[in-house]
Design a protein around this ligand. Structure first.
Ligand SMILES: *Cc1c(COP(=O)(O)O)cnc(C)c1O
Length: 428
């Protein structure tokens, strides 16, 4: 490279003065924009771009936000993918997030000017969505809901739990360890595959703080099995807690084996815990639903303060509950014919080597284990999976049977254009 070429690389301040970088200075901050400019200057000095193209290169390489987390197209066919942030939020929830981002009346009663119940609107929406619950409370996630219940009901005492429900929930975290971290002791009953009401009854005694029923949400045991519904345990004289996992508030016709809050509460279960970002389709949250006095005790316990949710969570949760069907529910309920026609249209737009294929999606993320959702998608050579992840609009696909499948059941229809563009970019 000639000295002349190097000398023609514009100075950082000169590039930063380019009007096209002005808005980014406000949204990304000067330091971040400067990094982008310095990288573009580096490319010019390395001879990869012309010195005159430095400003254009910097404008083109600006990240969309100051956070490094990027939007990703979930074409895995796993509707609730924990590594991809589980449920995508509805447009209603996104709008509510934006409004709540500034100062809000999250804990102030505007009518009296005094303190109000934190997130009163979200609590009212949840209570309306689960009329069988006398009381409702929201904490950070499903695990936090369990910890709070175990602390209040069973610290220093025993939790009676079926051996087949001692589950690992992912990333090496195990429910038994989580429960024991509260100072409760676990009293296991039954065997891996079978447990009866009598097993519970024999284990319950003066030391029992609660009986816990955990939905085995990420695996199925088939064959010679038996388990006891939570409602059958309410006569043992101790509180029963049902961890249903997925956050279905009422039965869903497509998922007949998935437990739901309304059914458990109607069966007399005093406390149900669930996640907000699974089949409920909202933000990460832990729901506590049930007996009014019990829920009141839970939310007044000191630990509840440490598990308190953010105003953003409350806003997104309320909007999810009050707004239109959230994306994960739309994806679950989408009919196969519309997935077929989207797959055919996408394969046509992309051209060879893409082809439309039938495939099978799943709920994932601790919901409806073993349930296959008929689906359709686009098949590509397996070698494209990596480049698709690394593109400017990252796409995460599923690699199966030596090919890369873009399953459309987990892709909102409005993302089909981005998907087509991303695939065409890696095929070029
Ligand atoms: C997902 C799940 C949890 C953990 O909930 P998080 O919201 O991920 O903390 C606990 N129990 C069951 C049965 C689950 O499915």
């Amino acid at each position: 490279m000639t000295d002349d070429h190097r000398r023609r690389v514009p100075r950082t301040d000169a590039v930063l003065a380019d009007a096209r970088l002005g808005p980014a200075l406000a949204t990304l901050g000067r330091a971040r924009v400067k990094e982008v400019v310095v990288a573009a200057q580096g490319r010019a000095r390395a001879g990869e771009i012309a010195p005159e193209a430095v400003a254009d290169e910097a404008v083109a390489s600006l990240p969309p936000t100051a956070a490094s987390m990027r939007p990703v197209v979930n074409a895995t066919g796993v509707l609730l993918h924990t590594n991809l942030g589980r449920a995508p939020l509805s447009a209603a929830a996104r709008t509510a997030l934006d409004a709540a981002a500034g100062t809000t009346d999250v804990e102030l009663d505007l009518a009296t000017g005094g303190r109000g119940r934190r997130g009163a609107g979200a609590m009212a929406a949840l209570a309306a969505a689960v009329p069988d619950a006398g009381g409702v409370h929201v904490v950070n996630n499903g695990a936090a809901a369990l910890i709070l219940a175990a602390t209040v009901l069973a610290a220093g005492r025993e939790i009676v739990i079926a051996r087949g429900e001692m589950v690992e929930i992912g990333d090496g975290f195990r429910l038994p360890d989580l429960l024991e971290s509260t100072g409760a002791r676990l009293r296991e009953v039954g065997t891996t595959n079978r447990v009866r009401v009598d097993d519970y009854a024999a284990a319950v005694g003066p030391q029992t703080g609660m009986v816990l029923k955990v939905h085995p949400s990420n695996f199925v045991v088939t064959g010679f099995t038996s388990s006891v519904p939570a409602g059958a345990l309410t006569g043992l004289g101790v509180p029963v807690v049902a961890d249903i996992g997925s956050g279905l508030l009422a039965p869903h016709p497509l998922l007949p084996d998935e437990p739901d809050a309304a059914t458990e509460l109607r069966a007399g279960v005093p406390l149900v815990t669930a996640s907000g970002d699974k089949l409920l389709g909202g933000p990460q949250a832990g729901l506590l639903l049930g007996d009014a006095d019990l829920v009141h005790r839970l939310r007044r316990h000191p630990l509840a303060r440490a598990l308190r949710v953010d105003k953003l969570t409350l806003a997104a949760l309320e909007a999810t509950l009050r707004g239109p069907l959230p994306p994960v529910r739309a994806m679950l309920e989408t009919d196969l014919a519309s997935l077929h026609s989207r797959a055919a249209a996408l394969a046509e737009r992309i051209g060879p080597p893409a082809s439309a294929v039938d495939c099978a999606a799943q709920v994932g993320g601790g919901g409806a284990p073993g349930v296959e959702l008929p689906s359709a998608g686009v098949a590509l050579p397996a070698s494209l999976a990596g480049p698709l992840r690394l593109g400017s609009d990252p796409v995460v696909a599923r690699v199966e049977q030596g090919r890369c499948v873009l399953d459309l059941r987990s892709v909102p229809p409005e993302a089909d254009d981005v998907l087509a563009g991303a695939v065409r970019a890696v095929l070029r």
